[in-house]
Ligand binder design. Structure first.
Ligand SMILES: Cc1cc2nc3c(=O)[nH]c(=O)nc-3n(C[C@H](O)[C@H](O)[C@H](O)COP(=O)(O)OP(=O)(O)OC[C@H]3O[C@@H](n4cnc5c(N)ncnc54)[C@H](O)[C@@H]3O)c2cc1C
Length: 362
């Protein structure tokens, strides 16, 4: 048995946003922890972009929120187009409460900030270390990492949607996979929008929907409900560089229990859903922060029930939004959107809509 176990009480498996937040928040509460990550280096890829007000509030005490604010851009508005005609527009940066803002930063940069703050609090991610198996012995969990055995008081499975920790516990993420592939492209397009921070949604025939999401003043993420993101965009986008393009599948799944004995699941290891609504990373960060708060208060028994309910609510919300934006457009829906557009002229309405979109109440 490796000596590492003598003074380490929590093993965090996975150095994504969930595992990094767990490390940061546990370190802030003075808990000894270790993070193992199977990748050789931080991921250069960005999946999540939007950072919600609740996430900023959770990351405030560690100082990570301030660093995110300094590097990100703020969402300024939303425009919805049907067949290239703008039918809805709304500002997103006018809420009277200045904390109700959506910040946009590529996920790799958010992870870098979380890792930096965790490092400053004494927890560095150990890259190229693969968690292999575990055995819960009651008061301790015996774990194998890269062929070596260790023992910890607690193990956190923050190892993503194909979680090895989850399969070691014999837990299934129940739910379904969507049949159709979705697509993503990250592009440099400095001439695309005069107004930085503008989100655009293009609703087309037969339930095709394309989102153009700001990542920086000149860089955009195009997400489409059909393969080949850029080819599905029905307006001209002056692209100078394509950082990456790819297709992905969506699973809508959740484990029934986020805890087995001394082992806890969080983030994508516990739940996955469509990126519509931009909840996934935010939900994982909130799971991790809640775990650390429960640990500090001695209320770990509440963790699974608390987070399962919020995960289920989030899945229901994102599925509702996905269903709405993907329902084929007809005259009634188009008229409803135009009516909603008029409603945004009524004082207070844009604030309420923004609040709902970015509240991320989890
Ligand atoms: C196209 C796309 C767009 C998205 N957009 C958004 C968005 O706008 N907003 C949002 O909130 N969310 C978004 N998401 C979801 C978001 O990216 C995920 O929810 C988030 O990355 C989950 O974080 P995590 O740390 O739980 O898991 P992951 O990010 O998957 O991290 C898990 C880590 O565990 C490591 N690991 C796995 N197995 C082992 C092992 N055996 N040993 C050691 N390490 C291991 C992996 O290498 C990985 O680094 C999007 C997702 C996709 C696919």
């Amino acid at each position: 048995m490796n000596n590492h176990s003598q003074d380490t009480s929590v093993l965090i498996v996975g150095g994504g946003p969930t595992g990094l937040t767990a490390a940061l928040e546990l370190a802030r509460h003075g808990v000894n922890c270790r993070v193992v990550e199977r990748r050789e280096a931080p991921s250069p890829f960005s999946r999540a972009v939007g950072i919600m007000p609740n996430t900023m509030r959770l990351l405030e005490p560690s100082g990570a929120a301030e660093l995110i604010k300094a590097k990100s851009i703020m969402a300024s508005g939303l425009e919805v187009y049907v067949d290239a005609e703008r039918v809805f527009e709304m500002p997103m940066d006018r809420h009277h409460d200045p904390s109700v803002r959506l910040f946009c930063l590529p996920q790799d940069q958010t992870e870098s900030i979380l890792a930096q703050r965790a490092g400053e609090l004494g927890v560095d991610v150990e890259y190229d270390k693969r968690f292999e198996s575990l055995e819960d012995e009651g008061d301790r969990v015996r774990v194998t990492v890269d062929g070596e055995t260790y023992a910890y008081d607690y193990v956190l499975g923050a190892d993503g949607s194909r979680s090895t920790v989850r399969s070691e516990l014999g837990l299934d993420a129940e739910g379904f996979d969507l049949d159709d592939e979705w697509a993503i492209a990250d592009v440099e397009a400095p001439a695309w929008a005069e107004q930085p921070g503008l989100f655009r949604v293009y609703i087309q025939d037969e339930g095709v929907v394309v989102f153009v999401i700001p990542m920086s003043p000149t860089r955009y993420r195009v997400v489409s409900s059909r393969p080949g993101a850029l080819s599905t965009l029905n307006v001209e986008m002056p692209i100078e560089h394509i950082y990456r393009e790819g297709n992905f599948l969506i699973s809508v799944r959740q484990v029934s229990d986020y805890r087995r004995g001394q082992v806890f699941l969080m983030g994508d290891a516990a739940h996955t859903h469509s990126p519509v609504g931009g909840r996934g990373m935010n939900l994982g960060i909130a799971d991790a922060a809640h775990f650390a708060a429960c640990y500090a208060k001695g209320t770990l028994d509440c963790y699974s029930d608390d987070r399962h309910q919020i995960g289920a609510d989030t899945i229901a919300y994102t599925e509702k939004v996905r269903g709405t934006v993907m329902t084929p457009m007809n005259l009634t829906r188009r008229a409803a959107l135009q009516l909603l557009n008029f409603a945004t002229l009524i004082p207070g309405v844009p604030e309420k809509v923004t609040q709902k979109m970015v509240s991320g109440e989890f």
